[in-house]
Design a protein. Structure first.
Lengths: 120, 107
């Protein structure tokens, strides 16, 4: 069955970096566009960014553009989110999600999320 | 950015009730709208895409419709497992944006 498992969350000080990973199984990562979506505690969902199936095309929300970088290693079935210069407002549960189709950013499978807390 | 506004923010209902949640887009998004259900402590679950297409495995009591920039999610007969928070999401224009959520509570 399809599974996505995020790891790498934790408590980090403002201005520091953190890298999240999303290990997938049950499908071929190289054929899917992947996304990161976050949810601040008690709040709604916010799309963070996406990466094309081969990593050649990336898009980011304005709130993270220039600070966050999405990458993927299809040979390891793993998606990454490198988060630099973290801010307190980046505190959230971070989900990786699979797009239904390459051209359709609707998310049919999600991980369980990994919590990132940015605090001094 | 396209703003998605859901109403109500909270809805109290009983098992068996017919429930309707509305999502309004700040501009045209055609029918590029999805609905998700999120139970407490869980990841969102896709219910409907393209405004009215039911995701595989989702019970038929869930349905979606659209009228211009207004979209509706209807649960025909609320079941105990349907008490959750529901989100709409537009995918017409970057960045993809979600509504603020509608919490369906037990009356």
């Amino acid at each position: 069955q399809v599974q996505l498992v995020e790891t790498g969350g934790g408590v980090v000080q403002p201005g520091r970096s953190l890298r999240l990973s999303c290990a997938v199984s049950g499908f071929t990562l190289s054929t899917n566009v992947m996304h990161w979506v976050r949810q601040a505690p008690g709040k709604g969902l916010e799309w963070v960014g996406s990466i094309s199936y081969d990593g050649s095309n990336k898009n980011y929300a304005e709130s993270v553009n220039g600070r966050f970088t999405i990458s993927r290693d299809n040979s390891k079935n793993t998606l990454y989110l490198q988060m630099d210069n973290l801010r307190t407002e980046d505190t959230a549960l971070y989900y990786c999600a699979r797009a239904v189709m390459t051209t359709v950013p609707v998310f049919d499978y999600w991980g369980q999320g990994t919590l990132v807390t940015v605090s001094s | 950015d396209i703003q998605m506004t859901q109403s109500p923010s909270t809805l109290s209902a009983s098992v068996g009730d017919r429930v309707t949640i509305t999502c309004r887009a700040s501009q045209s998004i055609n029918t590029w709208l999805a609905w998700y259900q999120q139970r407490p402590g869980k990841a969102p679950k896709l219910l409907i895409y393209d405004a009215s297409s039911l995701e595989s495995g989702v019970p038929s009591r869930f349905s979606g419709s659209e009228s211009g920039t207004e979209f509706t999610l209807t649960v025909s007969s609320l079941q105990p497992e349907d008490f959750a928070t529901y989100y709409c999401q537009q995918y017409n224009t970057y960045p993809w944006t979600f509504g603020q959520g509608t919490k369906v509570e037990i009356k």
